[in-house]
Design a protein around this ligand. Structure first.
Ligand code: NAD
Ligand code: UDP
Length: 336
């Protein structure tokens, strides 16, 4: 299949591009490089033997996006492009609504114009809000607690309406749980700008000596050790979920929300313990107050992905941490 991958030089996008190329798909990447670099392209080439077609463009730019569709024969789109930092979204909400929601509408309009109606969209477990009890399943009510989450929910709702308005649309909204890990080669991984917001890149940077200590946000949750529990999923399993989804689009009805998670929960202190054992490095940490907006426990019911996509996550937590550490220790400054 020939695919447009928006945000394809980013963390999840780049791992998905590798798997797509390895399965024989043709890929065109569009990314504005606001949170990634073209250095990943030669890493993709080293792994796959293919230097992917790359277009530096913004999804908000209708003319540039129109040019992409007129110059390339696109059958389906995997749409990763978006801003993703929860804290930042509270500070600059308009940029989040503009980039994520308006940009997505622009992309969907151009897709409709070129009669490309197959889409896989990067949604998030954040759309389950704070009131549902894990395991979270796709039938549960959705809500959002911050502008980033609102953008994911708005885009999901737009896609539901779009699919209802025209049955030619076939859409998978993949709700990711917590993607971590890196390509097993150690040549590609997550490369956050500045101080990481997420747990795994933070712990990895403490282990490699770039950051002094981890702040554990609360140890008084109602969880086995008091620290937050999340469903960590290997980025390569996540990437493979996209391939299953894009290949299943012909058989999917309308717009389907689908969880991509493992169904297992792991606490912050369990992550610290495993990372320490695998890296052989000390991970100093301090318990600090809870982070505003965090909830105790989030993990998936991943049954729908198995039923509809014949997909389930197979990489365990040790593999996720070993791969994170290989990437971080071999590339202490990311792609620099
Ligand atoms: P990322 O920042 O590494 O990748 C996103 C890419 O999109 C970047 O390369 C960025 O430059 C590009 N981009 C942003 N705005 C753009 C625009 N207007 N036009 C063109 N390109 C643009 O993030 P990621 O972790 O790979 O996440 C990919 C998607 O998955 C995002 O939509 C994110 O919200 C979603 N998601 C991520 C997580 C996570 O924890 N990483 C969890 C749930 C959902
Ligand atoms: N966390 C933490 N310290 C950090 C970053 C995260 O203790 O520096 C905790 C956070 O409270 C949550 C878990 O780690 O319980 C995962 O947080 P992350 O930001 O990675 O993902 P999300 O909160 O979006 O699930």
């Amino acid at each position: 299949m020939s695919l447009l991958v928006t945000g394809g030089t980013g963390y999840i996008g780049s791992h998905t591009v590798v798997e797509l190329i390895e399965k024989g798909h043709e890929v065109v990447i569009v990314d504005n490089l606001s949170n990634s670099s073209t250095r990943v392209l030669s890493r993709i080439e080293a792994l796959t033997g293919v230097f992917p077609t790359f277009i530096q463009a913004d999804i908000c730019d209708a003319k540039a996006m129109s040019d992409v569709f007129s110059q390339h024969d696109i059958e389906a789109v995997i749409h990763f492009a978006g801003l993703k930092a929860v804290g930042e979204s509270n500070e600059i909400p308009l940029s989040y609504y503009q980039n994520n929601v308006s940009g997505s509408i622009t992309l969907f309009e151009i897709m409709a114009k070129f009669n490309v109606k197959k889409l896989v969209f990067s949604s998030s477990a954040t759309v389950y809000g704070e009131n549902n009890i894990s395991p979270l399943d796709e039938s549960m009510a959705t809500s959002a607690t911050n502008p980033y989450g609102q953008t994911k929910l708005m885009i999901e709702n737009i896609l539901m309406d779009l699919a209802k308005s025209d049955t030619k649309w076939s859409i998978a909204c993949l709700r990711y749980f917590n993607p971590i890990g890196a390509h097993a080669s150690g040549t590609m991984g997550e490369n956050p700008n500045g101080i990481p917001n997420n747990l795994l890149p933070y712990v990895a940077q403490v282990a490699v000596g770039r950051l002094a200590q981890l702040n554990v946000f609360g140890d008084d949750y109602d969880t086995p050790d008091g620290t937050g529990v999340r469903d960590y999923i290997h980025v390569v399993d996540l990437a493979l979920g996209h391939i299953k989804a894009v290949e299943a689009l012909n058989d999917l009805q309308g717009c389907q929300p689908i969880n991509l998670g493992t169904g297992n929960g792991t606490s912050v202190l369990e992550i610290v313990k495993s990372f320490k054992a695998i890296s052989g490095k000390d991970i100093p940490y301090a318990i600090v107050p809870r982070r505003v907006g965090d909830i105790a426990t989030v993990f998936a019911n991943a049954d729908k992905a198995l039923t509809l996509l014949n997909w389930k996550a197979v990489r365990d937590l040790n593999t996720m941490i070993e791969d994170t550490w290989r990437w971080q220790s071999q590339n202490p400054n990311g792609f620099e």
